[in-house]
Design a protein around this ligand. Structure first.
Ligand code: ADP
Length: 600
């Protein structure tokens, strides 16, 4: 072989080698393209974020041929990066390690929004070696690229320790960037889907609550009418029974009458609850510190809890959340919830524990709550009592739904709570694990400006009058006009005052009452509000002009005290009133108080 031939064959050899290299590169690129296509198809076909991230890092590690790969996502709350997925490492361990922005290569990539190759990690001061220590791994080299959505970094995709010794090259960057671009879009899609999913759940929840509110409002209207109609006969039953009881000498009759009076009061209490439930008036709201309201209400029920060996734990938000609320109505909500919890715990053999917490929560729909404008305070009342079976949970706020024995529950407590909380623009709901625990949540919008100091009114408890006042000399010259259109009630009210020794005139029409008032100077006018002729309030307005002195002697009786306009009128004119059904001694005491006041 001559010299030329040898040279020729070397050139040919080189050519063959170059061709072989080119073919290998092409084959590799071809393989990578196929893998990318496959990945793209997979990414577009699933919305499960965890699966997605796992397949992305698996492919990245395989295609770039590395020992390990990971995805870190930016946490907006902590401003750190968190491992969302990692191959070749203990997932649970690394997921618990937050990666700082400063002092980590991933942080550098995220902040600068640029790819980065580090061939020898041990000489790079940015290396964050806590992960290596905890996961018992040795990082030698890293290639990382930012995950971007609309040019903004949302995380980092990195591959670690290239398997061959040649280190990472530009082709690897290109490959990882292509994967990262697909991954970022898929991550964003999955996030959007999750958000949409949460919003749909919140919407469904809100709709269910709306249906519940509307249902309750309709029932409320119906029972308000019925309850109102019950007031007059109940007042008559209780009143006459009490009169008879006070006159009776025979013990058996007294006992029978006692039963009538007790049952009459029980019925009256139910009517009061019904009217509370169906309240049509806007509550009188003022700024209330929810923590102190809960505290004060606990003082009222503490005794019953201690008596039954039940413990109470409180965990109040230090932010002292203020809400705009009617304190006494809200106290009623709390008392109902506390009493239900107490009864549920008394029914089990466990040692009962009531936990009450308040927290400020952001106004968000992610936590399954309806969209609200402001932040809210969430009150949680948890007992470890009998729990509520799933099939009852959707019915507990329905009026008359009760699982308690007759005489122990009316089924109105929670519907009253629902009405009051809704009226306060709040939400109330319950969660329960039957046999283990029940938690009632109440969420109310907080107010921005906290007042320096505002007192909290106590819920009014019904007064009890047990003594029947005797007639005395001082009442003889006192003239009272009773105005009431229901005949039995007119007779009863007149009788109550006559028994006490007052001189009583009784009329059943507003116009007749006016004529009497113009003619006679009564010491007191006991007047119903709904009257034929002219209403009690119109009568008062006329007399205020025609006989201003007498107008100061009015006391109103009504079963309609929750009517917004009536309540406003009485408040504005500072007029005393008694709600039906009343007890004879109650109206008697109020009349004596007014007469004493006048004399004084
Ligand atoms: P009542 O207490 O008169 O039955 P409510 O409207 O207050 O009426 O409550 C309705 C029902 O909800 C109760 O009968 C009971 O079955 C259930 N309930 C309420 N609170 C609790 C609780 N904390 N634990 C278990 N069940 C409860």
């Amino acid at each position: 072989m001559d010299q030329e031939t040898v040279l020729d064959s070397r050139v040919g050899f080189k050519r063959v080698n170059a061709q072989f290299d080119r073919e290998q590169t092409l084959e590799k690129q071809n393989l990578q393209l196929r893998v990318l296509l496959e990945v793209g198809r997979h990414l577009n076909s699933t919305l499960n974020l965890e699966n997605l991230l796992d397949s992305i890092i698996k492919v990245a590690s395989e295609v770039i041929e590395t020992e390990q790969a990971a995805i870190l996502l930016f946490d907006e709350q902590t401003h750190e990066l968190h491992f969302a997925a990692a191959t070749g490492l203990k997932q649970a361990t690394v997921k618990s390690i937050p990666v700082p922005m400063d002092g980590s290569i991933a942080g550098w990539i995220f902040i600068h929004n640029k790819p980065q190759i580090v061939q020898d990690i041990q000489h790079d001061a940015r290396h964050f070696n806590e992960v290596d220590q905890k996961a018992q791994f040795r990082t030698k080299s890293i290639l990382g690229v930012p995950l971007q959505v609309n040019d903004t970094a949302i995380g980092v995709l990195e591959v670690v320790n290239k398997c061959d010794n040649r280190g990472f090259n530009n082709q690897d960057i290109e490959m990882l960037e292509t994967l990262a671009a697909q991954a970022a879009v898929a991550i964003e899609n999955a996030r959007l889907y999750q958000q949409l999913h949460n919003q749909m759940a919140a919407l469904k929840d809100a709709q269910a609550r709306l249906v519940q509110s509307e249902k309750l409002a309709a029932i409320g209207e119906l029972i308000a009418g019925v309850a109102h109609e019950l007031n007059n006969p109940l007042t008559t039953i209780i009143g006459y029974s009490e009169i008879l009881r006070s006159l009776s000498k025979d013990e058996e009759s007294i006992n029978d009458l006692n039963r009538i009076v007790t049952q009459g009061h029980r019925a009256a209490a139910i009517v009061r609850k019904l009217l509370d439930f169906a309240r049509q008036h806007k509550s009188e709201r003022k700024p209330v510190d929810i923590n102190s309201l809960v505290h004060q209400t606990l003082d009222l029920v503490k005794y019953d809890f201690h008596n039954q060996n039940l413990t109470i734990e409180t965990d109040f938000s230090p932010d002292s959340p203020w809400v705009l609320a009617d304190p006494s109505q809200f106290q009623q909500v709390l008392i109902n919830l506390f009493n239900n919890a107490r009864q549920a715990m008394a029914n089990t053999k466990k040692s009962g524990r009531l936990r009450i917490s308040t927290r400020l929560v952001p106004a968000s729909i992610d936590n399954k709550q309806p969209v609200q404008q402001q932040a809210a305070v969430r009150l949680a009342i948890q007992d470890n009592g009998s729990g509520i079976p799933a099939e009852h949970l959707s019915r507990i706020f329905d009026p008359f739904f009760t699982t308690k024995e007759p005489g122990k529950g009316t089924g109105l407590g929670l519907s009253v709570c629902h009405g009051i909380v809704s009226e306060h623009d709040g939400v109330i709901w319950a969660e329960s694990e039957p046999g283990r625990r029940t938690t009632f949540f109440v969420e109310l919008p907080v107010i921005a400006n906290r007042p320096a100091c505002v007192g909290v009114a106590s819920a009014a408890s019904p007064k009890h009058f047990s003594t029947w006042p005797e007639a005395d000399q001082s009442t003889k010259n006192v003239k009272i006009l009773v105005v009431e259109d229901e005949k039995d009630l007119l007779l009863l009210t007149s009788r109550i005052f006559q028994d006490k020794g007052y001189a009583v005139d009784a009329v059943s029409n507003g116009l007749t009452a006016r004529a009497c008032l113009l003619e006679t100077d009564y010491d007191l006018v006991v007047c119903d509000i709904r009257l034929p002729g002219i209403s009690g309030l119109k009568l008062y307005e006329k007399i205020r002009v025609e006989k201003p002195n007498i107008s100061k002697r009015f006391i109103f009786i009504s079963g309609d005290i929750f009517d917004q306009a009536t309540r406003q009128f009485l408040d504005q004119n500072n007029l005393p009133f008694i709600s039906k059904p009343f007890q004879p001694a109650e109206i008697q005491a109020e009349v004596s108080r007014l007469l004493d006041k006048r004399q004084a």
